[in-house]
Design a protein around this ligand. Structure first.
Ligand code: SN0
Length: 329
């Protein structure tokens, strides 16, 4: 695995889940694998879980980690080709990424969409340019359109808790006060479509996600109907994809409560966090025994560790390094 941006970068998602569960049992089994390898984590937006779990994963593998809050501590980046930089941008992504590529063996970036121009956000211009100029293996810490480390942790959590071989998993839209990215939902849909679960999406009309990620997933606009017999309910807000970046509904009836939960098959309730209590999810659900949000967050470490382990083995393992045997005396 050179880059980890989407489920498409993973040849066998089920195997990656099994490897992550092995690492959870024995986190220090590969404590020397990342010796003398440096992971650089660059944040253009806030982060709690991604920042800490990815650092912890790297430390478990013996790597060194450098973290930078680019939005607050870095120079303002220019991304346009051919720009005359006589305004507020100070450094071009060409130099910034190339320099970081000199210091780091693997680079991860968080870069949220601006939610103003769909074409621009969905082109993933920033991460594509970073990969091109840094030339190191690359790990997405949430891009404009996807959040693969979150989705892998979600799949690990579902695998741990499932009581049947084909659980029913429902992704439900929830209200929010702000326009949020579609990335977590796109990514969850993409991973669920590749994992053999019975997957359903429910949202108000106008919140259809891109079929590039949802494929032919069943969409039910009646939330009560969609929740019937669910084994897992994944709660997430996203802004409209079709009326790009807009909030089309603030209907409080979409917030999951115990009364709605009663329609499910004793479902476990999932959310990627951070969650706005009593807006996206009720206190009674979050404080109740069916919420698995902390287990999901715990699994972020082993999702990141499984991915970093694959990258280290694929890109740096001496098994794949023939240069020494050709030139050594
Ligand atoms: C982000 C999102 O993509 O929805 C990150 C989730 C891991 N969430 C937010 O930006 C929440 C912001 C807020 O004000 O609640």
């Amino acid at each position: 695995m050179k880059n980890f941006i989407s489920v498409k970068d993973v040849s066998d998602p089920a195997k990656l889940v099994r490897e992550a569960l092995q690492l959870k049992k024995n986190p220090y089994a590969y404590a020397d694998l990342g010796k003398n390898k440096t992971l650089g984590l660059l944040f253009l937006n806030p982060s709690l879980r991604t920042r800490l779990s990815t650092q912890k994963a790297a430390l478990n593998l013996g790597m060194q980690v450098m973290v930078m809050n680019m939005d607050k501590e870095g120079w303002t980046l220019e991304t346009q080709e051919g720009a005359v930089m006589n305004g507020s941008t100070v450094e071009h992504i060409k130099e910034a990424a190339a320099v970081m590529g000199q210091y780091c063996d693997i680079i991860g970036i968080r870069s949220f969409p601006k939610l103003l121009n769909r074409e621009e956000d969905y082109s993933e211009d920033i991460i594509k340019k970073f990969i091109a100029y840094a030339k190191t293996p690359f790990i997405s810490l949430e891009s404009s359109t996807l959040h693969p480390l979150q989705s892998l942790a979600d799949l690990i959590t579902i695998r741990e808790l499932a009581t049947s071989t084909k659980p029913k998993v429902v992704l439900t839209w929830a209200p929010h006060v702000k326009a949020l990215p579609q990335a977590v939902s796109n990514s969850f849909a993409e991973w669920m479509c590749n994992s053999g679960v019975d997957f359903v999406i429910t949202h108000p009309k106008g919140y259809e996600l891109s079929t590039d990620f949802t494929g032919n997933t069943k969409i039910i606009h009646d939330q009560d109907e969609a929740l019937k017999e669910a084994d897992f309910v994944y709660v997430k807000n996203w802004s409209s994809y079709t009326d790009y970046g807009k909030i089309l509904s603030t209907d409080k009836n979409w917030m999951l409560t115990n009364k709605k939960w009663e329609k499910t098959n004793n479902a476990k309730i999932m959310h990627c966090l951070p969650v706005r209590r009593e807006v996206e999810l009720s206190n009674e659900i979050l404080d109740g025994s069916n919420s698995v949000v902390i287990q999901q967050a715990a699994n972020r470490v082993f999702a990141a560790q499984a991915v970093l382990k694959k990258m280290l083995e694929h890109n740096f393992s001496s098994v794949n390094d023939h240069s020494q045997t050709v030139f050594q005396k």
